[in-house]
Design a protein around this ligand. Structure first.
Ligand SMILES: Cc1cc2nc3c(=O)[nH]c(=O)nc-3n(C[C@H](O)[C@H](O)[C@H](O)COP(=O)(O)O)c2cc1C
Length: 328
């Protein structure tokens, strides 16, 4: 087990306040990957562990929440893609089992908000453009996770990068914005705060963590990636950013509509958690994989980010505060 310690007491922002966490750092929900044990470890490190309900039966979701609650007393969330037929059932399970934050995505959260509020829970919602962000705010969510085009997994059709999406949403929303997409280390975290985000969500970096329950060939793919290692599948319909390999290069070489229908037909069968190998599995991955080094424990990732954010901030301060404004 990791030996490093996270000694800082925490970073207080509107997001850590709302979530009740020590750090405003969120584990990006990942289908059939961010299950109970991994989510609990992120929560134990002071972040928000998120259990992805996508692809889980009611019994499996209950089992994953139970596992998480056995490992941690810290805040946890359940991610519920709104469009899924079992979304309301997943919500009732989360409420019944004492989860305090519901993290909605992929659809309009409006029809779930009343029930979430009745149960006294917090709700955050994932968006990738300003129209859905404004809708989520008027529906009454507590914060949005704004995910840029460089992220791993499904990305916005509008192709807006984190660098442009975050400051724009910070300007037009009153609720806090959590930045996602392209954040893997302290440099990304500090940059997100500079853009006005009050929290960050990390996906790809955690795929390579020791505890992440993906096959070793997936972790190796993330670790050996460069900045051109990903491509988009399902381009205009439902774009998804994945690692380049034999199968994804083949599919992406087809006409768009053919590619979409291949993805639709192969469905879950080709997703990495359903089988395959380094050449045949579809592995969602962000462009930031290029900076992910060796596989380390989640606790070490937290410790590194927290420690190095201080160093990065000091360096920036030295440059930006060196000028005497009266001399300008
Ligand atoms: C392997 C993988 C699977 C993902 N699955 C989901 C998912 O099921 N639901 C979801 O909302 N986001 C999913 N995402 C997106 C993450 O939750 C997160 O927003 C994203 O990874 C952040 O960008 P980054 O990869 O640059 O850190 C997935 C990402 C990856 C890398």
């Amino acid at each position: 087990m990791p030996t490093s310690k996270i000694d800082e007491t925490g970073w207080y922002t509107r997001v850590s306040g709302i979530l009740g966490t020590r750090f405003p750092i969120i584990l990006g929900p990942m289908r059939l990957i961010t299950m109970g044990a991994m989510a609990a470890e992120v929560s134990n490190c002071g972040g928000l562990g998120v259990i992805a309900s996508s692809g889980l039966s009611a019994d499996s979701l209950r089992a994953e929440i139970k596992t998480a609650l056995e490992y941690t007393n810290c805040p946890l969330a359940v991610n519920i893609p709104v469009y899924r037929p079992n979304a309301l059932e997943s919500l009732e399970i989360a409420i019944e089992m004492g989860i305090k934050t519901i993290y909605t995505s992929a659809g309009n959260p409006a029809n779930m908000i009343k029930r979430i509020r009745e149960a006294g829970l917090t709700v955050i919602h994932k968006v990738s453009n300003e129209k859905t962000a404004l809708k989520a705010e008027s529906a009454g969510v507590d914060a949005v996770v704004a995910m840029g085009f460089e992220a791993g997994g499904h990305v916005g059709r509008e192709k807006i990068t984190t660098m442009c999406l975050i400051p724009r949403l910070v300007d037009i929303l009153s609720i806090p914005v959590i930045a996602a997409g392209g954040i893997a280390d302290a440099r990304g975290v500090v940059a997100a705060f500079a853009l006005g985000a009050a929290g960050v969500e990390i996906g790809t970096r955690f795929v390579a963590s020791t505890e992440c329950p993906v096959p070793d060939f997936f972790k190796a793919g993330v670790q050996s990636a460069d900045s051109e290692a990903t491509l988009l599948l399902g381009k205009d319909e439902m774009p998804i950013r994945v690692l380049k390999n034999h199968v994804t290069m083949k599919v992406s070489g087809m006409l768009d509509n053919e590619a979409d229908s291949v993805m639709a037909k192969s469905g879950d069968a080709s997703y990495v958690q359903s089988g395959g190998n380094k050449d045949t599995a579809v592995m969602p991955c962000g462009q930031i994989a290029g900076v992910v080094g060796k596989s380390i424990y989640i606790r070490e990732i937290f410790s590194e980010i927290i420690h190095e954010s201080r160093i990065v901030s000091h360096k920036i301060k030295e440059v930006l505060l060196s000028v005497n404004e009266e001399e300008i």
